[in-house]
Design a binder for this molecule. Structure first.
Ligand code: SF4
Length: 247
């Protein structure tokens, strides 16, 4: 028996280099193996051949089984397609999607100005000029770098995970399960964690950019709106226990 935690990768933030459960995650192990193969084999592309062949054989077998049962896999089910299209439209129009996109846009615009880099350069300069001590400089650079990394890591993640949670809820396929077992609640929960970490990171930046105060408050307000909408849409998310992370 292996030591992997089943399903842990479904409700994490995919920040593997910071993950305390990396050695218990099957996805991490597989990706590590792939990286090693790619590093050691210059013809890695050709080493994928066996997988491609296996997939092709699996598809042929599936096709054969379907034909035997009189099912045509090439035919689409119009009812299913219609439902799927309605589900997508509902998710796109949902306030959670709109708000998470609005946050992403505000965040992206602010980051694109490169103000954090300018601020870090200024700190380096002040250390060189003796206006700040080395320790002060290092501490501030670390805070800035960490905040920037957190914001960058999560701003797309919040949009993607909100979308996934909404698709799950709108699909209605999980209605037969109790709330505590519904995948969309686990997804909503990691989304809220990402929001909370991002809010702390923006709050840290506030301490460095007095002149940007109103822009930063606007971004944080947008993110708080995403949080409120998420909590309203998924009121039972805390019932879900994420494998490994929630004990
Ligand atoms: S559980 Fe950890 S190691 Fe596995 S995919 Fe998620 S972040 Fe990466």
């Amino acid at each position: 028996m292996d030591n992997f935690i089943s399903g842990i990768h479904n409700y994490c933030d995919r920040w593997c280099e910071r993950c305390v459960y990396a050695d218990r995650c099957r996805v991490f192990a597989m990706e590590k193996e792939d990286r090693q193969v790619a590093a050691n084999d210059p013809k890695w592309e050709t080493s994928l051949e066996p997988i491609t062949k296996t997939l092709e054989e699996a598809i042929k077998l599936l096709d054969k089984m379907a034909r035997e049962k009189g099912i045509d896999l090439t035919r689409t089910d119009p009812e299913f397609e219609k439902e799927r299209a309605e589900q997508k439209t509902a998710v796109e129009k949902h306030p959670l999607t709109q708000k998470s996109m609005a946050y992403l846009e505000l965040s992206r615009q602010w980051l694109e100005q490169g103000l954090v880099k300018i601020c870090m350069d200024k700190i380096f300069e002040e250390v060189e000029l003796g206006i700040r001590t080395m320790q002060e400089g290092e501490r501030e650079i670390l805070l800035l770098r960490e905040s920037l990394e957190v914001i960058r890591w999560y701003h797309h993640f919040i949009v993607a995970k909100s979308h996934r949670a909404l698709m799950g809820k709108e699909g209605g396929y999980e209605k037969v399960l109790p709330e505590k077992d519904r995948d969309y609640n686990g997804t909503a929960k990691i989304t809220r964690i990402a929001i909370e970490r991002s809010l702390r990171a923006w709050a840290t930046l506030l301490g460095f950019f007095e002149e940007e105060e109103s822009a930063l408050f606007r971004i944080m307000a947008a993110l708080q709106q995403v949080q409120a909408e998420l909590e309203q849409t998924f009121p039972d998310m805390d019932l879900f226990v994420r494998p490994g992370f929630d004990k």
